[in-house]
Ligand binder design. Structure first.
Ligand code: NM2
Ligand code: OGA
Ligand code: ZN
Length: 385
């Protein structure tokens, strides 16, 4: 049953107003509607891509007539001056409504995301490698949890070198970097990166010194008999929202000004970037946290008059990130791996002793592949949406 009861042309045909049976009416502009027609002359039959460009739509496009069928399921519009008749399903229109109350609070999170602390995360989303491969439903649910929580574990993976690549390929594509398609995280002498020592690593996001950053990281455990080397993850979005609540001025400083990040390899590698530690989209969506004490370069984009406060804000954010109330801790056993959304969830490890008996392999991948897999494998796909 449709929720729409009538349509009215408004603003001399420059828009329409659809009235719902219950609730507020919604408006759509003529140019928006013309641009989003779903007929085969506007969108390719095979791939659904748009065949027209905005310049093909006359500036003075208006709606001459509008007709809503009895059941309120289909809306037919006639456009002028370029004569064009287009039919829309009202379900499609409803799904793509833009005439709605905007987020009141200026900083907002994607509504699907679930932010967490040590206490609120009831259980770590976990799947075995075997069920990821054979049980489609559990696999999709697990991928969704990875997206919503920014973190998940996989157990009972093979304990063979290179398995981390197989894991990445279950849902996406490996991002090759200067560290290779995958890398060994082991204690070495003359380590090219502090990750390749037995030192503790404070909670961080990986590779903030590259733009674009890798948006997914996988760490797979092959050996873990060394003493120590426990893992910890922290929801960076939770930390950012706590900072906002406790000190809005600090939050504003870290989201307004860019920090700098840098990494110099032994040879042939020199990566530099600038990102705010807390990144917001222009309309206030919290989109990323970039945080890595080992890779912050001299910060030069904060005016002198704000630098002292900027450091106070950085210090405060760092202490929220280190708060044990936020961290979920665990120890990886051989065959276990964990995956993080590297735009959001920070990871850490405690120091460990001895060499050789702790061996992880890591690789990077990206969220676009993960999100695409979720959408295409979803059990109840919405047609045309
Ligand atoms: N490794 C493990 O972002 C970082 O520098 C963390 C990355 C070397 C690929 C370590
Ligand atoms: C890394 C890292 C954590 C660990 O390699 O990026 O953070 O547990 N390693 O060794
Ligand atoms: Zn790391």
């Amino acid at each position: 049953m449709s929720l729409f009861k009538s349509v009215k042309i408004i603003n001399s045909g420059k828009a329409i107003l659809l009235s719902r049976k219950y609730g507020a009416s919604i408006r759509y502009h003529s140019t928006w509607l013309r641009d989003n027609a779903l007929d085969y002359k506007t969108r390719d039959k095979n791939n659904g891509q748009r065949l027209i460009s905005v310049s093909d739509i006359p500036v003075n496009t208006y709606i001459k007539s509008a007709f809503l069928d009895k059941k309120g399921q289909n809306l037919t519009l006639n456009f002028l001056p370029n004569e064009k008749k287009v039919q829309y399903s009202t379900r499609w229109l409803e799904y793509h409504a833009y005439d709605k109350k905007q987020n009141k609070s200026k900083v907002w999170l994607h509504p699907n995301l679930k932010i967490w602390t040590k206490n609120s995360l009831k259980r770590i989303p976990t799947i075995s490698y075997q069920s990821a491969k054979s049980n489609k439903k559990s696999f999709i649910n697990w991928l969704k949890s990875l997206h919503y929580y920014g973190f998940a574990k996989m157990t009972k993976c093979e304990k063979k070198s290179g398995t981390v690549i197989k894991i990445a390929k279950l849902f996406g594509y490996v991002r090759e970097t200067n560290y290779g398609k995958w890398f060994n995280v082991k204690s070495k002498t003359n380590a090219a990166n502090l990750a390749y020592t037995n030192l503790a690593l404070k909670a961080h996001t990986d590779n903030p010194y590259r733009n674009p950053i890798p948006t997914i990281q996988i760490l797979h455990c092959l050996k873990s008999s060394a003493k120590g080397g426990e893992s910890k993850v922290v929801d960076g979005f939770k930390a950012a929202m706590q900072l906002k609540k406790r000190n809005k001025k600090y939050f504003n400083l870290l989201s307004k000004y860019c920090s700098r990040f840098e990494f110099k390899g032994k040879k042939d590698v020199h990566l530099k970037s600038r990102f705010p530690m807390i990144s917001l989209s222009p309309d206030g969506e919290l989109i990323a946290v970039h945080f890595n004490n080992r890779s912050i370069a001299p910060i030069v984009d904060v005016p002198y008059r704000h630098m002292a406060d900027y450091y106070k804000a950085y210090r405060r954010f760092s202490s929220i990130i280190d708060d044990p109330k936020l961290a979920v801790s665990f120890k990886l056993n051989p065959g276990d791996c964990f995956i993080v959304d590297n735009t959001r969830v920070l990871h850490a490890r405690t120091s460990y002793k001895g060499t050789g008996s702790r061996w992880l392999q890591g690789c990077y991948a990206d969220k676009d592949g993960l999100l695409s897999t979720i959408l295409t494998k979803a059990l109840h796909k919405r047609k045309n949406i």
